[in-house]
Each structure stands twice: as structure tokens, then as C-alpha cells.
Ligand binder design. Structure first.
Ligand code: ATP
Ligand code: HSE
Length: 326
């Protein structure tokens, strides 16, 4: 359960006295999530989410994320609007840790996305890219292509522990990816972690995106590649081509991809699988070392996705552009 910091009634009241939100009516911890402590807060003024930022997010980067949320909300995208305190500040402090209040978003995430959810998620991602255009904040992608090889160096033994021979396969993938990685594609603010648990739907329609704490500047099509991996694979490890085509078509219904983006998508998806394989492998080792009570995500799910992308390079690509007119 992701509530690492407990808050007493007195602490909450002192904290809320800095805001114009009225008295608290409901305050309870939210089990979902891994990185931060999240609470549902209901006051006389409405429903909110109070987040206490734990060590997973670099505190000096919080203004980038909170200002981005404000920018997106101001540009019509359904993400949580941060609530400023009486001094106009979006970032506060609670129990000596950074904390913020954002608006509560209606809707529910789905565990097993259908083809239509994938289409809607694609459309929502393109909407996010359009709304993010012009955001003045800058944040380099510290988990981008250049970071992967150094990240893997200390993880080779862990990879071998999962599957003998895997370290050599990953090294070879990293070399191919370094050579094939696009140099120049349309760039902007990307979410970089728009997995199904970070998207809310209402009546099957994209309703909101949450959890922007990996947002950064990178290729827009790389964000779509991350989503293809996260949404469009079957539990048996195969790519659901119908779902993937629907996602690409949903994306293109708002923001058509350029020829260069379309051509790059298979290698971007291979790289996106590498990024999550590596972060999961790293988190796996750390969780074991620290006896963490939140179960880490399985890196081998992404090892299977890597294998799908590797095989596709040799055999005609992923065939992601099958829907009529797309
Ligand atoms: N603005 C919001 N409106 C409604 N519910 C929210 C909102 N933000 C977060 N939640 C709820 O809180 C849960 C945890 O949020 P989130 O996924 O951001 O957690 P985290 O620990 O910060 O991130 P991560 O999942 O990457 O570890 C979500 O699954 C969702 O149920
Ligand atoms: N979405 C990431 C977890 C970090 O948010 C993963 O599935 O590995």
C-alpha cells in the first residue's frame, strides 16, 4: 500500500489552514501507486488528491511537474489541476516532505484494455501532445536512449540470474538501438509512463491522465511506442496487432504521424521496451535488497516484449498501420 507517511488530524488541519479549501470532511490513504503517498481529501470545497512526495521523485524537479499539470489543465487537457495555497504556491511541505494538492479526477482505469480502450488511449495521448505544445518548462529524459547502456552495466548479473545468456542479448540489442535510434523527429513534452493504470475512462471514453512524474522532452512518437508496449500485448506475450493498429489510428485521428515517425515506430517500440525492462530490472534488485513491501514489477514481461521487437526487425516490421486510411 502506497502510504509511506501517516498524517495526524492536527497536521492535516495545520496544512489545510494555508489553503482556501474549507474544513476537511474525508481524508483517507489510497492503496494504489508505488512512488508516493496519496490521500483522498474531501473538504467543504470538493474532492482532491493530496500527494506527499517520497524519495522516488527528485524534489527539485517538482515545480516542472506541477507547472506542467497547471499548463495542461489551462490548455483544456483533462489532468489534475494543482491547487495553489494562499501565497500562490503549488508546492507545500508536510512532515518535512514536499506535498501538493491536486483536483480529483472522475473515471476509472482498466486492468484489461479492449481494442476500443487502446484506440481511446491513443487519442488521449495525441491530445496530451497537442496540449503540451509550447510548455516553457524543460526536462531532459534521464531514462532516454543515451542512459540505457550505462544503466545496464551494473545489472548484467541480475539479467543472467533471470535467464542465462540474457546479458549478451541485451548488450547486442543496446548496440543495435544506439545505431538505429532516430536523430531528429518531432519532439515535445511526453508523458513517458502512460500505462493503463495512469488513464481514466468514463463510459469507455478517455477521461483523464494522471502520474506525470516521468514527463520530459523527447520524441512524441516515442510516447506512442511506450503506450503500444503497455497497452497492446496479450498476457501470453504476443502483440495484439488489432489493438496496436487501433491505438495508432486513435492517435492519428488528432495528430497524424509524419512519414519519418511511422518508419521509426518499430525501433522506438523496441527502445521503449528496453527502457522498462531496465528500470524494472533495477527496481527488482533494489526491492530485494531493501525488503520493500510494494511488489516490484516483473522485468521478464518486458524481456518478452524485447524479443517480439527484435524478431520484428528481421521480419517485415510490426504492421502497425493497417486500419483504412491510417
Ligand atoms: N487526480 C486524481 N484523481 C483521482 N484519483 C487519483 C488522482 N491522482 C491519483 N489518483 C489515485 O491515486 C492512485 C495513485 O496515484 P499514482 O499512480 O499517481 O501514484 P504514485 O505512487 O504517485 O505513482 P506510481 O503509480 O508511478 O508509483 C491512482 O491509482 C488513483 O487511484
Ligand atoms: N509503469 C512502470 C512503473 C513506473 O510507473 C512499469 O510498469 O514498469
Amino acid at each position: 500500500m502506497a502510504v509511506y507517511t501517516d498524517i495526524t488530524d492536527a497536521e492535516l488541519e495545520a496544512f489545510l489552514s494555508e489553503f482556501d479549501l474549507g474544513a476537511p470532511l474525508v481524508f483517507k490513504g489510497i492503496a494504489e501507486g508505488i512512488q508516493n503517498s496519496n490521500f483522498l481529501l474531501e473538504t467543504e470545497r470538493g474532492r482532491f488528491i493530496l500527494t506527499i512526495y517520497e524519495r522516488g521523485v527528485a524534489h527539485e524537479e517538482l515545480p516542472y511537474f506541477l507547472n506542467l499539470l497547471r499548463w495542461l489543465a489551462e490548455h483544456g487537457f483533462p489532468s489534475a489541476t494543482p491547487v495553489a495555497d494562499r501565497h500562490g504556491q503549488l508546492l507545500s511541505s508536510l512532515r518535512g516532505k514536499p506535498a501538493a494538492i491536486v483536483g480529483f479526477l472522475p473515471g476509472l482505469s482498466v486492468r484489461r484494455p479492449t481494442v476500443e480502450h487502446c484506440r481511446e488511449a491513443g487519442r488521449g495521448l495525441a491530445w496530451l501532445h497537442q496540449a503540451g505544445a509550447g510548455y516553457p518548462g524543460r526536462r531532459a529524459n534521464d531514462l532516454g536512449q543515451a542512459a540505457w547502456a550505462p544503466m545496464f552495466e551494473p545489472l548484467q548479473a541480475a539479467a543472467e540470474g533471470f535467464k542465462p545468456g540474457l546479458a549478451a542479448t541485451i548488450k547486442s540489442d543496446l548496440e543495435v538501438l544506439a545505431r538505429a535510434w532516430p536523430k531528429d523527429l518531432p519532439s515535445g513534452v511526453i508523458h513517458a509512463d502512460l500505462f493503463p493504470d495512469n488513464v481514466f475512462f468514463q463510459n469507455g471514453v478517455f477521461a483523464a491522465a494522471i502520474d506525470f512524474y516521468f514527463a520530459c522532452d523527447d520524441f512524441l512518437a516515442y510516447d506512442l511506442a511506450i503506450c503500444l508496449n503497455a497497452w497492446c500485448f496479450e498476457p501470453d506475450g504476443s502483440l495484439n496487432v488489432t489493438a496496436a493498429r487501433a491505438m495508432v489510428a486513435g492517435y492519428q485521428s488528432l495528430r497524424p504521424l509524419s512519414a519519418a515517425e511511422r518508419e521509426a515506430l518499430p525501433v522506438l517500440a523496441w527502445g521503449a521496451a528496453m527502457r522498462f525492462f531496465l528500470s524494472r530490472l533495477s527496481d527488482w534488485g533494489m526491492a530485494a535488497a531493501e525488503g520493500a513491501f510494494v511488489r516490484p514489477k516483473n522485468p521478464m514481461e518486458y524481456e518478452r516484449k524485447l524479443a517480439v521487437h527484435r524478431a520484428a526487425q528481421g521480419g517485415g516490421g510490426l504492421m502497425l498501420f493497417g486500419e483504412a486510411g491510417q
